[in-house]
Design a binder for this molecule. Structure first.
Ligand code: ADP
Length: 373
């Protein structure tokens, strides 16, 4: 429609220009002579064609001009329509159809707009999903914490209530009640401490106190500090670190916490085995691997992928009176990741191995290969 209107307007315009020019030439003899001289002196091509009448030339020029104007108008209108289409699609997406993307492919800049809009929608959707995931995980955290705090708290209130109502028959019984309440209170404290540590370590900007430390020496110290406890359980700690020192830049206290947790777990959950191995090895000029291994009963295949999740405890460990919070490995994983490394677990009938890879230089980050857990 717009094309037709444009053509009509242009034709009228052409006609009026021709009429005005014609009028000017007819009433001006000087102009007529000038045109005549030009026509006689200009030849076109090898056959020496003379110029046509000025009207023909003018009409030819007008046609070229008109076609140009119509083409330009139509292209502009076409772009406007594309834009209107894109805006329509945007409204559709904004009305909640977040899985919809602008489906058509266009040319040039407009296609760039479409691609940018589609990737913008993609990133908005993924941040909304991430937000939802975080929100859900916070809710789960609160549910888990309240559940884990309520159980010991109920016992504490129960036992202290008995003491308050003087429902004990001997001093020994009184001591038993207060002792149970005390132990439950300690259990609550360790949960709150772990929780505090967990939330602190989850923040990616948690500062590390970096120092040069020798892993060989660290393993020897850890082995010495757990030796007594291991012997009491009939287990032997074996260090396999080589003779050379293995220097890395790391936060000694936080890494210590990781190894303490892993060795503590090996003692707690690997009690039916006989050995705990502490191994450290330099893999390259930028990477070391440290592992804590034990030959106790294996972690079930189905649980392997979840042991690093907060509050996760393998079913068997729940029923045993090991008194864990299920946060130890989640904290260990966060600390290792703050150091730019990664941790994974493997478990079979022979060994359960917790393996940590760390960069030698502070600030370096290791890429985790595709390991299962
Ligand atoms: P917690 O020890 O407080 O329960 P962790 O996060 O340290 O929490 O461990 C999670 C679970 O992983 C434990 O409950 C236990 O079931 C399992 N686990 C950890 N280490 C070992 C191990 N060396 N052998 C067998 N099971 C283990």
């Amino acid at each position: 429609m717009e094309g037709i209107v444009t053509v009509v307007i242009l034709l009228l315009l052409n006609l009026s220009v021709i009429v005005i020019l014609n009028e000017m030439i007819q009433t001006n003899p000087g102009l007529q002579d000038g045109i005549f001289i030009i026509k006689r002196s200009v030849f076109i091509g090898p056959a020496h064609y003379q110029l046509w009448s000025w009207e023909n030339i003018f009409i030819a020029l007008m046609i070229v001009f008109d076609v140009g104007v119509v083409y330009w108008r139509l292209i502009r209108r076409y772009h406007q329509m594309q834009l209107r289409h894109i805006i329509g699609e945007l409204h559709y997406i904004a009305n909640g159809h977040f899985d919809h993307r602008i489906p058509f492919t266009l040319k040039g800049d407009t296609q760039r707009v479409v691609t940018s809009v589609n990737s913008l929608v993609d990133s908005v959707i993924s941040s909304i999903e991430e937000e939802r995931r975080i929100e859900k995980s916070k809710d789960e955290l609160i549910t888990n914490v309240s559940h884990d705090l309520r159980t010991p708290l109920t016992s504490i209130i129960g036992y202290l209530g008995l003491v308050e109502d003087r429902q004990y028959h001997s001093e020994e019984e009184l001591l038993k009640y207060t002792n149970t309440a005390f132990n439950k209170a300690k259990q609550m404290k360790s949960l709150v401490d772990d929780l505090f540590e967990y939330t602190k370590m989850r923040q990616t900007d948690t500062p590390l106190t970096i120092a040069h430390l020798d892993l060989t020496q660290m393993m020897a110290q850890l082995a010495a500090s757990f030796e007594l406890e291991a012997n009491e359980k009939g287990m032997t700690l074996v260090t396999d670190v080589g003779d050379e020192p293995i220097h890395i830049e790391a936060d000694a206290e936080k890494l210590g916490r990781v190894f303490n947790n892993l060795i503590g777990n090996a003692l707690k959950y690997g009690g039916d085995g006989k050995h705990i191995y502490l191994r450290a090895k330099q893999l390259s000029d930028r990477e070391v691997a440290v592992s804590v291994e034990n030959d106790g009963s294996k972690i079930p295949e189905a649980a392997l992928g979840q042991v690093f999740e907060r509050f996760y405890r393998v079913e068997e460990s729940r029923s045993k009176a090991t008194g864990g919070t299920g946060l130890g490995l989640a904290i260990a994983q966060s600390i290792v990741s703050l150091h730019g490394g990664y941790i994974y677990v493997t478990s079979d009938d022979d060994l359960t191995r917790f393996v940590i890879h760390l960069p030698i230089k502070n600030g370096d980050r290791l890429k985790r290969p595709d390991v299962k857990n």
